[in-house]
Design a protein. Sequence first.
Length: 224
Amino acid sequence: MQVWTKLFAKSPFKPLIKHSEVVLKTVETLERALQLWYGGDYEEMAGLAVEVDRLEDVADRIKEEIRDSLSSKLMMAVAREDVLIYLHMQDKVADAAEDTAKWLLIKKPDGVPTEIRDIILQMGMESINAAKLVHEAIVQMDRVIESGFTEGEIKREYEIIRGIESVENRIDALDTRLMQLVFENADSMSWGDGFYILNIARTLSNISDKAKDAAERIRLMMNK
């Protein structure tokens, strides 16, 4: 735990970046798994989906170590409560990625039309990109602090946050189209296939939702 205390002494965001690096690996692994799912390589996909679960466990352990190490006696540029709230939100991104990976493992998508799988892949790439931007945002927040809140670094942070927030509209449009396609293909798809697809879509949307929550918390810390 001393290592986290030393990191906090340098910057309140150094430990968050370490945690974020694992969250980033989690979503990048899910991205590869989703691409294999789309391409029909179920066996290799399954291995990556299991790896997503393992990485989420690592992120959880790091989160708990950071929480246990964050002493109220430490003097930091931001409030201890804000750091803990952000850490929780950042960890939820990995949780959402794990949920998606579990649904990918449920069954092979053999009975799912290509056009529906196309939408799922697009949703996944959008949501995972938002999650990747969360890592950029917390790294940038560290730069903001180290620069003494210079205008250029603040501007760059807000650009990243807006990039995360802009995903929501695209995800909403894809989600609407997906539901239309599921109903249009109701006669050719089983009830199980429809349920399976809609739950994958729900968990993918949740990744971007959690990424947006994390971005909003960074915005609040900036405004303080």
